[in-house]
Design a protein around this ligand. Structure first.
Ligand SMILES: CC(C)(COP(=O)(O)OP(=O)(O)OC[C@H]1O[C@@H](n2cnc3c(N)ncnc32)[C@H](O)[C@@H]1OP(=O)(O)O)[C@@H](O)C(=O)NCCC(=O)NCCS
Length: 151
């Protein structure tokens, strides 16, 4: 992996992350949504930056008691398959473990083979399905969890 640093998300990162959201998702988080998360004490957002301090990816999660829930992860297309998604997940696993979480869960579209491949490689397993969870287009969500987060 090139020289990538994973750092806590700040207000200055938000416009670029909102741009990334629009590229990746049909119902993207807005700048306002992201700003609200900065004030949410159970939310933990990380930004991936390269050696020129350019934002290349980000990830958000929240920790409640023994559970960590991943709300979003995205990497700019030119930076994919370089280990950045994995590095963001590993940082989140360490944070969640340090806060007492014992498992991490998330939802993913069954059609999102790249994300499912990443999650499987990190030890996530399918535990359920939410019918018609997504919009634009409508699709079920697979529920995945990982309980091997002490890495
Ligand atoms: C999913 C996503 C975050 C992965 O980020 P990434 O930085 O490309 O992932 P990594 O480079 O860390 O990949 C780690 C491993 O995951 C698997 N993987 C990732 N992308 C893959 C793909 N397109 N096809 C097959 N396997 C893939 C591979 O095992 C890979 O290891 P390898 O490159 O050594 O083979 C990225 O594709 C993305 O931003 N997608 C759009 C947003 C999105 O769908 N987010 C998930 C919402 S649930």
């Amino acid at each position: 992996m090139e020289n990538i640093r994973i750092i806590p998300m700040t207000k200055e990162h938000i416009p670029k992350i909102a741009e990334l959201e629009k590229i990746c998702f049909s119902q993207p988080w807005t700048e306002n949504n992201l700003e609200e998360e900065l004030d949410n004490h159970i939310a933990h957002f990380f930004t991936a930056v390269n050696d020129k301090d350019e934002i290349v990816g980000y990830m958000g999660s929240c920790v409640v008691c023994e559970s960590c829930y991943i709300s979003d992860i995205a990497v700019f297309p030119d930076y994919r398959r370089k280990g950045i998604g994995r590095a963001l997940l590993e940082t989140t696993f360490r944070m969640a473990h340090n806060k007492g979480a014992e498992s991490v869960s998330l939802e993913v579209r069954p059609s999102n083979t790249a994300a499912i491949a990443l999650y499987s490689s990190m030890g996530f397993e399918e535990v359920g399905l939410r019918k018609n969870f997504y919009r634009d287009p409508v699709e079920d969500a697979l529920i995945l969890t990982c309980d091997k987060i002490n890495i």
